[in-house]
Design a protein around this ligand. Structure first.
Ligand code: NCD
Ligand code: ZN
Length: 333
């Protein structure tokens, strides 16, 4: 059995920089046609010059693969209208991080007060630049995303023309918000469709499954599965594939991030097949995102076949999700 996915898209991807970029970028480029590239480098991508140079480094890292990185800027509330007008030529979105919420987010926003964000949000609305948000407060770790719900509601109702993407949602609460506001959309990762907190910390601690936002309860995973598997039009696949070298994961003070890029499509095919909805995979990994972001992806077909795929124990110095396990589907290269 095979299935062909037209232009698979990863709408939330960390490619990092330098040596790590050289390891991970070709892996995404082999299996996806386009991906939204996160700007949380050190220092974060906040200028057009830095953005162009980063794109150039990505293009050299992927070699001859057919792949287009869709660039983003790291949100700052002092971006002027004129700056954003120029930036729009080079970006697909702007990513807002609350300061300190996750890896390399120290330069993020310290207050979600609408007035301090208004000018930038209004400019983005007018210029039709989508806003991607890491939606977590600094409250109790299991409640951070749900607590951020009221911020999403404020953003959505005060800026009805701004397209707001709730990144890597993990809760039923966020799923419910999709129905409440026309301008709210969401990405869902691979790991949050597969695991709950039990898999991370219920038995022996699994550092390679530790990410932000942390995996939640069974009922949350159910809610995510329901919208992803049905191909809900406001929901897109965004792997949030976030590689860290092994010594930063298997240590005291484990970095947050799960590396899934090279195994994501295979695992998704298995999940959709198991639930008898393989026909909805195309919407989840491509069509929905094209409509939400209003763009045309590169022409590229990826053929998945139901042949076992043994996930490598590592790619370079990075351990992927499902390392050493066998997945039912593989990519036909
Ligand atoms: C991401 C990273 O490592 O850059 N980590 C993560 O746990 N998801 C950042 C992010 O998207 O939160
Ligand atoms: Zn991320």
């Amino acid at each position: 059995m095979t299935i062909t996915i037209k232009a698979p898209l990863d709408m939330h991807l960390h490619l990092r920089d330098a040596e790590m970029l050289k390891v991970v970028a070709p892996l995404s480029a082999q299996t996806f046609s386009n991906a939204i590239i996160m700007p949380n480098l050190v220092p974060p991508v906040t200028t057009i010059e830095a953005l162009k140079e980063y794109k150039q480094r990505i293009m050299s890292a992927i070699g001859n693969e057919k792949f287009e990185p869709l660039m983003t800027l790291f949100f700052r509330n002092d971006y002027t209208y004129d700056f954003l007008k120029e930036a729009k030529k080079y970006i697909s979105a702007i990513k807002l991080y609350p300061s300190g919420a996750t890896t390399n987010s120290e330069g993020g926003v310290t207050s979600m007060d609408i007035e301090s964000l208004r000018e930038t949000f209004e400019a983005m609305s007018e210029l039709e630049i989508p806003l991607c948000v890491h939606g977590e407060t600094n409250g109790f770790v299991m409640d951070r995303e749900a607590e951020f719900g009221s911020v999403y509601e404020q953003f959505a109702s005060n800026f009805p023309k701004l397209k707001i993407i709730m990144e890597h949602i993990t809760t039923k609460n966020s799923v419910d918000l999709l129905e409440k506001y026309d301008n709210l959309y969401a990405t869902i990762t691979l790991q949050h469709l597969f695991i709950t907190l039990d898999d991370v910390a219920g038995g022996m601690l699994k550092p390679h499954l530790f990410c932000k936002p942390i995996a939640k309860r069974y009922e949350d995973r159910e809610a995510l599965l329901k919208v992803a598997l049905s191909g809900h039009p406001k929901v897109m696949f965004g792997s949030d594939s976030a590689p860290h070298p092994t010594h930063k994961k298997e240590c005291c003070g484990c970095a947050a991030g799960v590396f899934t890029a090279p195994i994501a499509l295979q695992a998704l095919a298995g999940l959709f097949e198991k639930n008898n909805v393989l026909e909805n995979l195309q919407s989840f990994v491509s069509n929905n995102a094209q409509k939400i972001y209003s763009f045309k992806p590169l022409e590229k077909n990826i053929v998945l076949e139901k042949t076992p795929f043994k996930v490598p124990n590592s790619y370079g110095d990075v351990v992927p999700m499902f390392a050493g396990e066998e997945l039912a589907w593989s990519i036909k290269f």
